[in-house]
Design a protein around this ligand. Structure first.
Ligand SMILES: *[C@@H]1O[C@H](CO)[C@@H](O)[C@H](O)[C@H]1NC(C)=O
Ligand SMILES: *[C@@H]1O[C@H](CO)[C@@H](O)[C@H](O)[C@H]1NC(C)=O
Ligand SMILES: *[C@@H]1O[C@H](CO)[C@@H](O)[C@H](O)[C@H]1NC(C)=O
Length: 922
C-alpha cells in the first residue's frame, strides 16, 4: 500500500515540474522535429480512403504479370461482362496480355495482327465470364486434407483479436486450390474462423500458385506496409479485410452469452477509438504547426487494424445470423461509426431488411448460402428465398462457400440455386463475380470482363446458371490453369438460362411466417387426379427405372395425361386412350405445363429423421456410444443393438423440404461415436409421426458399421469385425443380427473411404464367406477412394453408396478422389458402373436431402450421355433400396410442373402415393 502511494506522489511531483519547465521553454523556442515532414505526410494520409492509384486504369501490365505468359485470344465467345448490372452480353472475342484484359467484344483485326505469338482458344460460342470470386473462404487455413498440422482457422486466445492475420496460417499445399480452380474460382477472401468476436484480418488471394510459391505472393493488392516496407507513401492505401462474428459461435467457444460477446466488441472498439482520438488530436496539432512537445505519433500495433476500421479503410465481414445479433451489430456501427461490408451467413437478414439499412454508412451486403441451413438454432429460419427477397429490397446479395463447409469448387451451384429460387439471372451471376468483387473493394480489377481488368476468366461448357456447368478452361492473370481439360458435351438446351419456376407465393409465405412457413403437404380433394400436359414419364419396373412415355412435340404433350386413382397410376398417354369420361365429374385436374412424372427418390447418409437441429442435443436423437470404447450403458446388456426406428423424429423441416422435392423416403442408421451404429430404418419424409399410415416403411433395414468416426485403430476395428463375423464372438442380440447378415440376406453396410480399408474389407468378406459357406451382401458407404478398386469391388459383388456424390478429399484417408471433368475424364460413378458395381448416391447433411434431385441430374449431365436418365434416377432410388436392404420397393411417384425433377426448370406439384392411396399436393 505505502509503496504504491509513494510512487503516485513522486510522479505527480515530476509531472508538475516538467509542466512548468515546458511552459518556460515554449516562451523561448518551438522545437520542430527532424521527421516533421514524415509526420505531416502521415497525418495527411490518415483519412485517405483506399482505392486504386490514379493511373491504374491505364496500366499496360498487371503487377501480378508472370513474365513469359503467352498472350491469349478467346475467339467466338458469348461474353457475360458483368456491366450494366449484369445485363450486358457481347458476342466476340477477349484479348488477354500482360496479365490483363486488353480488349473485349468486337476487336479490330489490326490489334490482333499486332501479336505474333498468340494462343488462340476457339470458344465456339461458349459462355465466358469473369473468374468466380468467393467472398467467404477458409481455403489454406482450414486446409484439405484436414490435418492437425495445418489447422489454422481459429485462434482461441480471446474474443477480440483484430491483430491476427489469416495470411500467417495460409498453407500453400491445400488440395483445394486445384479443385476450386476447376470450378472456375479464381479469387477468394480467406477469413479467420468465427470462434471470436473479432477473429482477425482476412486476406484476398488468387488461387494460382506463383513462381515464388509463397503465401504472400498469392495476396491480391497486399496492404502497402504488410511486411514493414512501405512501398511508396504517395500511393493511396489498399483495402484491408477483417472478420467479425456474433451469436452462437463466440458464445459457445468462450462459455459466454450474447451479452458478453457484445461487450467484448464495445470494449475493443472503445480502445480503438481512444487510440484514434489521440492520433487525431496529435495530428491536428502537427498539421497546425504546433510541434511543442508533441512526441511520438500515438500508435498501437495491436489496435492499428481496428483503428483503420474506424477510419473506413477496412472491409468488415461479419458472420451474423439472427435478428437479435444483426440488431446488436447495427447498434454497434452507429455507436462507433464504422461500416460493415457484408453480413455473412445472415440467415435472418431477409426478415429484417429495414434494420440493415439503419447500419452506419453504406448498407451492408449479404453473403449467403443457397440452402444450407438448420444446422444450429440461429440458422433455423434460413430460407432459399432470401437472395431474391433481399435483392427485391435493394440489398446487394452475394453467394459464398465458407469453404470447406461447402466445397468452393461448386460455389457457382449456390448462385444457380439462388437463381432457381427467384434471384434474377443477371444478379445471380453477379453474386459470385462482380458483386463479390465490389464488396471486397476490388471491382477496379476483378469481377468484370473489362479492358484493363485482370485476365481472370472462365470458359463454360454450358450456361453458367445451368445445373452442372463446368469450365472448359480457367485463366488467372492470363495463365491457363487446366493443363488438359476434359470437356463433356452438354445438351444444346443447356446453353441458355434455365426458365425457372415461379416461387413468388412461397417467398411471400417465408416472410409472412417469420421464416417458418408451413411445409406439410395437403391431400388432393378428389380420389381421381388427372395430370394434363405431361411430356415425360419414368416408372419403376422390376427393380429398375425405365422411360415409359415421351411426348416431345407440344401438340402431343398438351394431349397427354396421367391418371391417378387412389394414388395409383392407372393410365398414361394420349387422353383419348385413357377413357377419361369414366371418372365423371369428381376429378381434380392438374396442368403440368409440359412437366413430367418420375419415381420418387430416397435419401441416405445424413441423420435425416433423427435430427431437427444438429447443434441442439434436445432437438436430436443423439449418438450411440462406441462399443469398442466399452462405455456402453450397463442396463443395455451385452450385445445390445440400437435401432434407428426407436429414435425417429418426424416433421423436421429438412424431412418436409425433402418430401416437397420428391424425396419421399429416408433410410437412416443410428448416429454413432464409432464402429457399431446399429439397425437402419426406412420412413416416409412427409408424415407427422411414427404411427401415421405409411410413416415407417420398414422398421429394420441393414446392419450398419462406421469405420470412420471411431478413435479406435483401424486394425482393432477389423479385429472386432473378424471376431464378430468369422469367430462368431458376438453375444446377445448382436449375435442374432449377425446371423441375419450371414443367412437371411440382410446387408452389412460399412462406412469407409480409404481404398486400403476397403481392400481389407473385401478380404474379410471372403474370409467370412469361406468360414460359413455363405454369400453375404456388403455395401460400402462413403467410398471416396472406391474407384481405385472398382474392378475388385465389382468382382466381389459389393455395392457402393458414394457420399458425397461429388467427391471431396476431406481427410487423409479419403484424399485419393477421382475429381471428374474437367480434371479427369471419368468420375467415380462412371468407373464403378463400368465395372458392374451397383452405385447409389447419398448425402452428408440432412439439409441437402432436398438436393437429391439435382445430384441425380448432375451425375447424368457429367456422364455426358454414358448414363441414361433412367440409370441416373436409379442411383437415388432403386439402387439405394437394394443396397440398404429395403424389401418392398417404394412405389411413390413425383409429378413435376414445367420441367423434370432433375433440372432447374421443374417444380414439384404433387406426390402420387400408391402405398398410402392418395395424391399429396405440394
Ligand atoms: C462460332 O461458333 C459457332 C458454334 O460452334 C459456329 O457455328 C460459328 O460459325 C462460329 N462463328 C465464327 C465467326 O467462327
Ligand atoms: C514487401 O511487400 C511488397 C508487396 O506488398 C513487395 O513488393 C516487397 O517486395 C516485399 N518486400 C519484401 C522484403 O519481401
Ligand atoms: C400445356 O402447357 C403449356 C405450357 O408449357 C401451356 O401453354 C398450354 O396451354 C398447356 N396446354 C393445356 C392443354 O393445358
Amino acid at each position: 500500500m505505502t509503496t504504491v502511494l509513494l510512487v503516485i506522489a513522486s510522479s505527480s511531483v515530476v509531472l508538475y515540474n516538467s509542466a512548468s519547465l515546458e511552459w518556460n521553454q515554449r516562451k523561448r523556442q518551438v522545437h520542430v522535429p527532424i521527421n516533421a515532414a514524415e509526420i505531416v505526410h502521415k497525418c495527411n494520409s490518415l483519412n485517405i480512403l483506399p482505392g486504386p492509384p490514379k493511373n491504374f486504369h491505364s496500366r499496360s501490365q498487371s503487377d501480378r504479370f508472370q513474365p513469359g505468359t503467352q498472350p491469349t485470344l478467346i475467339k467466338n465467345a458469348t461474353l457475360w461482362t458483368g456491366r450494366s448490372e449484369g445485363h450486358e452480353v457481347l458476342s466476340g472475342s477477349l484479348l488477354l496480355d500482360k496479365g490483363i484484359i486488353k480488349a473485349v467484344g468486337n476487336i479490330e483485326q489490326a490489334v490482333i495482327d499486332a501479336y505474333d505469338n498468340l494462343n488462340v482458344i476457339e470458344a465456339h460460342g461458349a459462355w465466358v465470364t469473369p473468374g468466380i470470386v468467393d467472398v467467404h473462404s477458409h481455403i489454406g487455413v482450414d486446409s484439405i486434407p484436414e490435418l492437425k498440422g495445418s489447422d489454422d482457422t481459429n485462434s482461441f486466445k480471446g474474443l477480440v483479436l483484430p491483430w491476427l492475420r489469416s495470411l500467417d496460417g495460409l498453407n500453400t499445399h491445400d488440395e483445394s486450390y486445384r479443385l476450386s480452380i476447376s470450378g472456375g474460382v479464381t479469387t477468394v477472401n480467406v477469413l479467420p474462423g468465427s470462434a471470436d468476436a473479432i477473429g482477425g484480418q482476412a486476406f484476398t488471394i488468387k488461387l494460382r500458385s506463383t513462381a515464388e510459391r509463397s503465401p504472400s505472393s498469392m495476396v491480391l493488392e497486399p496492404p502497402h506496409n504488410l511486411n514493414g516496407t512501405h512501398i511508396d507513401p504517395s500511393l493511396p492505401p489498399r483495402w484491408r479485410q477483417m472478420k467479425h462474428a456474433c451469436g452462437e459461435n463466440p458464445s459457445g467457444v468462450y462459455q459466454g452469452t450474447r451479452m458478453d460477446t457484445q461487450w467484448a466488441f464495445r470494449e475493443g472498439y472503445n480502445t480503438a477509438r481512444q487510440v484514434k482520438d489521440k492520433q487525431d488530436a496529435y495530428c491536428s496539432k502537427a498539421l497546425s504547426g504546433d510541434w511543442q512537445d508533441l512526441g511520438e505519433f500515438p500508435d498501437d500495433l495491436q489496435w492499428e487494424a481496428l483503428v483503420d476500421v474506424l477510419r473506413g479503410r477496412v472491409k468488415v465481414h461479419n458472420h451474423c445470423y439472427e435478428a437479435v445479433d444483426l440488431d446488436n451489430m447495427v447498434r454497434l456501427t452507429n455507436e462507433f461509426k464504422f461500416s460493415i461490408a457484408a453480413f455473412h451467413h445472415a440467415h435472418e437478414t431477409y426478415l429484417v431488411p429495414d434494420l440493415l439499412k439503419k447500419a452506419y454508412g453504406k448498407t451492408p451486403a449479404v453473403a449467403l448460402f443457397a440452402t444450407n441451413a438448420r444446422y444450429k438454432r440461429e440458422a433455423y429460419r434460413g430460407s432459399e428465398f432470401a437472395p431474391r427477397i433481399l435483392s427485391d429490397h435493394g440489398l446487394q446479395v452475394v453467394m459464398k462457400s465458407d469453404h470447406p463447409v461447402l466445397n468452393s469448387r461448386h460455389v457457382l451451384y449456390e448462385a444457380q440455386q439462388a437463381h432457381y429460387y427467384g434471384l434474377p439471372s443477371n444478379l445471380a451471376l453477379a453474386s459470385v463475380t462482380s458483386t463479390s468483387a465490389t464488396i471486397l473493394g476490388y471491382d477496379h480489377r476483378i469481377g468484370y470482363l473489362k479492358e484493363g481488368h485482370d485476365a481472370d476468366v472462365a470458359i463454360w461448357d454450358s450456361h453458367p446458371l445451368t445445373l452442372g456447368a463446368a469450365p472448359t478452361q480457367v485463366l488467372i492473370d492470363g495463365i491457363a490453369q487446366l493443363e488438359k481439360p476434359f470437356v463433356v458435351k452438354k445438351p444444346s438446351e443447356s446453353q441458355k438460362v434455365p426458365e425457372t419456376p415461379n416461387f413468388d407465393e412461397d417467398a411471400k409465405e417465408a416472410v409472412k411466417y417469420d421464416g417458418l412457413p408451413p411445409l406439410e403437404p395437403k391431400k388432393a380433394k378428389a380420389e381421381v387426379v388427372i395430370f394434363n400436359n405431361v411430356s415425360e414419364i419414368f416408372i419403376r419396373k422390376a427393380g429398375k427405372v425405365e422411360a415409359a412415355y415421351m411426348a416431345k412435340e407440344a401438340n402431343l404433350r398438351s394431349d397427354s395425361v396421367a391418371v391417378a386413382v387412389h394414388g395409383e397410376l392407372v393410365c398414361f398417354g394420349v387422353a383419348d386412350e385413357c377413357g377419361l369420361a369414366q371418372y365423371g365429374a369428381d376429378v381434380q385436374h392438374i396442368d403440368l405445363e409440359g412437366g413430367s412424372i418420375s419415381p420418387s427418390l430416397l435419401s441416405y447418409g445424413a441423420p435425416l429423421g433423427l435430427v431437427h437441429i444438429d447443434a441442439e442435443a434436445s432437438a436430436n436423437d443423439g449418438s450411440a456410444a462406441n462399443p469398442l470404447d466399452d462405455d456402453q450403458p450397463k442396463l443395455l446388456g451385452p450385445g445390445s443393438v440400437i435401432r434407428a426406428v426407436d429414435g425417429l423424429l418426424f416433421s423436421s423441416r429438412d424431412a418436409l423440404l425433402a418430401y416437397r422435392a420428391g424425396v419421399t423416403t429416408g433410410i437412416s442408421a443410428p448416429q454413432t461415436d464409432g464402429f457399431l451404429a446399429g439397425i437402419g430404418a426406412a420412413f416416409g419424409t412427409g408424415l407427422p409421426h411414427r404411427l401415421a399410415h405409411g410413416a415407417v416403411l420398414q422398421q429394420e433395414t441393414a446392419l450398419h458399421f462406421d469405420l470412420i468416426s471411431s478413435k479406435t485403430s483401424v486394425s482393432t476395428q477389423m479385429a472386432a469385425l473378424r471376431n464378430l463375423f468369422v469367430a462368431s464372438g458376438a453375444k446377445g442380440e448382436l449375435a442374432d443380427r449377425i446371423e441375419r447378415v450371414l443367412w437371411h440376406g440382410v446387408p452389412l453396410v460399412v462406412r469407409v473411404h480409404s481404398a486400403d480399408i476397403i481392400a481389407t474389407l473385401l478380404e474379410l468378406k471372403k474370409e467370412i464367406e469361406n468360414k460359413h459357406g455363405t454369400d453375404i451382401k456388403l455395401t460400402i458407404v462413403g467410398g471416396a477412394e472406391a474407384h481405385l478398386l472398382a474392378r475388385e469391388i465389382g468382382k466381389a459383388g459389393v455395392g457402393v453408396i458414394l457420399i458425397p456424390s461429388r467427391p471431396f478429399p476431406t481427410t487423409w484417408k479419403s484424399k485419393r478422389i477421382l475429381p471428374g471433368p474437367p480434371l479427369s475424364q471419368d468420375s467415380a460413378i462412371s468407373v464403378l458402373i463400368a465395372h458392374g458395381v451397383i452405385v447409389g448416391l447419398g448425402i452428408e447433411e440432412q439439409w441437402s436431402a432436398r438436393h437429391t434431385r439435382f445430384d441425380v441430374g448432375w451425375a447424368a449431365l457429367e456422364a455426358g450421355g454414358d448414363l441414361s436418365k433412367s440409370e441416373a434416377i436409379a442411383l437415388a432410388s432403386v439402387n439405394l433400396e437394394q443396397l440398404l436392404g429395403l424389401r418392398d420397393a417404394v412405389t411413390d411417384l413425383v409429378a413435376v410442373k414445367q420441367g423434370t425433377l432433375f433440372d432447374f426448370e421443374g417444380k414439384v406439384a404433387g406426390i402420387i402415393s400408391q402405398q398410402r392411396g392418395l395424391v399429396d399436393m405440394i
